[in-house]
Design a protein around this ligand. Sequence first.
Ligand code: ZN
Length: 429
Amino acid sequence: MVGDGALRALPLDGAGGRRGTNLPAMGDFNQSVILEAVRRAPQGLSRVELAEATGLSAQTVSNISRRLLDADLISEAGKEVSGPGKPRTILRLNPGGRFALGAHLDPTVTTVVLLDLAGSVIARERIGTPLQQRPDEVIDAIAATAERLLIDSGIDRSRLAGLGVAAPGPIDPVAGALVGPPNLQGWHRVAVRDELRLRSGMEVVVDKDVTAAAVAEKWAAASGAGSGSFVFLYVGTGIGAGIVVDGEVVRGSADNAGEVGHIVVDPGGPECTCGSRGCVAVTCTPEALVREWWGLGGRSADRGATDTEAIDGAFTLLAAEAGSGDPLAVLVLERAAMRFARLLAVMTNLLDVDRVVLGGPFLTPISALMMSTVPVELEGLRAARGIHPLGVGTSALGDDVAAIGAAALILDRTLSPQTRSLMLPAILA
Ligand SMILES: [Zn+2]
């Protein structure tokens, strides 16, 4: 391990904006600090404003701006007259300066997107990935789809930063492999990263879907919304959390942070495989909610089914019935909202974040009901409620949040300031 001296010496301000360092040999870090400052200011910034915002010297800002202009990552966007002296040139992000592909691997459908530097989706395609399909067939399909999106968009390949993959956890970051994903049979220890590199010739990274969702929120959500510290509660086939503290994604020592499935949120709830009762995994997942609904007499043609597609269909029906006011469906989802609030209380009390974002494909159909209950319940359980407010909202990125996040993983890794790059500058080399 490296000592944390460099980390302590790093000047960071309290508002979430990054400060640069004028120490020598920190060029890469400063470059990403400046790029992030420009990215967070859609109206653009002058070099003088950049120096003020980052704490870097005028000379450093000037040199780095030149490098970013030469790399087409930013562009000059007119001049601004402010007071005496010559007009200032405004620098803006160049959305077409870099692109990234992202693929979200999910039990029934895989989504592939092409993202620009501003985090906008340029192209998108969904491919069916039925459970009986072999991993190598799915990997072939992802590589072919990624290639097609790139060619159809007409983008110069030299502007592509790579392909990110978001997959259900846990993952082995060294092997770039999935490790026993509960809902993806046959995917244990499949080296997704290397196989995709081989087929596509692209730089590939693999991360957990919940982490990717948090990175999406950080990169692609409306400017400023993704800054600061937040927890992203991801409601997919499973439930997980992505964590961002001071603008940086918290991955843990082996990229598997955010496994919240065995936090107890309903002590009187059903038994879990871990030996406890009422864990998130057996009380909050779409399957758990559908089973609870069925147990109380909820109707469904697929009642008692166990396969993913039938559960998906039943969950959609449950959400629709709750939306039209069916008392039983509303009861089931209100109970779920209470449990989500308890889970979020544990996380927000532990991490003292300033925001909570709810998202993921199964959150979309129940978001109105969740938002009418979770914020109020959570507030009552929060240790810091008398000290600072906590924002609770839903992700604006919708069902594609993990695919967008997969692409954003590539942009985040290559272009965001990371304190670990200060400790281990060789990572960026
Ligand atoms: Zn458990």
